[in-house]
Design a protein around this ligand. Structure first.
Ligand code: IPM
Ligand code: MN
Length: 369
């Protein structure tokens, strides 16, 4: 059994945090008796500045040969905003049809939340963000550009097909969490009182699918503005949350903040369809943090936890139980390390990037294979 992994370190601190995740991967592969091939790929701001190439269609085709993709971060101070984000990250999400962006929002023991009186029991939800539609399709334009009469539009797109497959994934997830003791509640977040077209499609599909196939799952609907308020005041009401792309982007940054910061927020861009031939892509939610790049200061826990998700998801969807087991071990090792952050800031803990990698490796040693 083997794992054929494409690795895009990307920009800024991306390569540093990825390096720590790869050390952890090496160890769990040795312990678990499976082979790993990693192929480092140079996509990112530096290559763009040197060659003018962001990511070609052939390169996207090439990525289809891998079992999964691990990505550090893209974003470069000398590249105009949007070029790398659209040209690499969004291109991959769309072209590889990674229609789910899975973002757990979870407070770990020892990690400090800015919310008074909230502990790990109160912050433990998972956000299912639709990942291939909505404002991210980039449809729109500018007329009379640069004049006082300038008009710009950007269209929010929801297809019944895209909405339905995302909702079904979220209902299934809520059900599997219910089996683990969570309440079995799925909250749809939108803005149906204003965005009546898209909101209407989401809401009708949510009700229809829930009623027909998921009577065991409690359905709840929140407007996105109210959701932001609840995330900051009573996050314990959330179990599984399903949300369109743009609102999902926003609420998951808030989610990361209440779970202690970007240093621990993991994510997966998934195509969970078992018949899907394309790889999923896993990345920390944080950006490339150019201000601290190259200084061994970035926290690699988010990237290491994204690796845990990569191993679990790839193992499950590709029928490789050894990978799933390795993912569980990596997740458990992260959980064992977080108490060391008690009384410290997650993002400015004073621990070095490689030192945190060492801590995870040490914790792994105590977790049975
Ligand atoms: C994220 C990021 C991206 C997004 C950007 C970099 C395009 O903010 O992964 O949340 O908006 O999806
Ligand atoms: Mn974001």
């Amino acid at each position: 059994m083997s794992l054929n992994l494409a690795v895009i370190g990307g920009d800024g601190t991306g390569p540093e945090v990825v390096a720590q995740a790869l050390r952890v991967l090496d160890q769990v592969a040795k312990d678990g008796g499976f082979e790993v091939q990693t192929t480092p790929l140079p996509y990112g701001g530096e290559r763009y500045l040197e060659t003018g190439t962001v990511l070609t269609d052939d390169e996207v085709e090439g990525l289809k040969a891998y079992d999964a993709i691990l990505l550090g971060a893209v974003g470069h101070a000398d590249v105009p905003p949007g070029v790398l984000e659209k040209g690499i990250l969004l291109k991959l999400r769309f072209e590889l049809d990674q229609y789910i962006n899975l973002r757990p929002v979870k407070l770990y023991p020892g990690i400090e939340t800015p919310l008074a009186g909230k502990g790990p029991d109160e912050i433990d939800m998972v956000v299912v963000r639709e990942n291939t539609e909505d404002l991210y399709c980039g449809n729109g334009g500018v007329a009379r550009r640069g004049t006082a009469q300038e008009i710009s539009t950007q269209e929010m797109i929801a297809t019944r097909f895209g909405v339905e497959r995302c909702l079904r994934y979220a209902f299934e997830l809520a059900r599997s969490r219910k089996a683990q003791g969570f309440p079995g509640r799925l909250t749809l977040v939108h803005k149906t009182n204003v965005l009546t077209f898209c909101g209407g499609t989401w809401f009708r599909a949510f009700e229809a699918i829930g009623e027909a196939d998921y009577a065991d799952i409690e359905r709840e609907y929140h407007h996105v503005d109210a959701c932001c308020m609840y995330l900051a005041t009573k996050p314990e009401i959330y179990d599984t949350v399903v949300v369109p792309n743009m609102f999902g982007d926003i609420i998951t940054d808030l989610g990361a903040a209440i779970a202690g910061g970007m240093g621990i927020a993991a994510s997966g861009n998934l195509n969970p369809d078992p018949s899907n031939p394309n790889p999923s892509m896993f990345e920390p939610v944080h950006g490339s943090s150019p201000d601290i790049a190259g200084q061994n200061k970035a926290n690699p826990l988010a990237c290491i936890d994204s690796l845990a998700m990569l191993l679990r998801e790839t193992g499950r969807t590709q029928g490789k139980p050894a990978l799933e087991a390795a993912g569980e071990r990596v997740g458990a090792a992260v959980l064992a390390v977080t108490p060391k952050f008690t009384g410290k800031k997650l993002d400015r803990s004073g621990y070095g990037t490689s030192e945190i990698g060492d801590m995870v490796l040490e914790a792994l040693g105590a977790i049975p294979v």
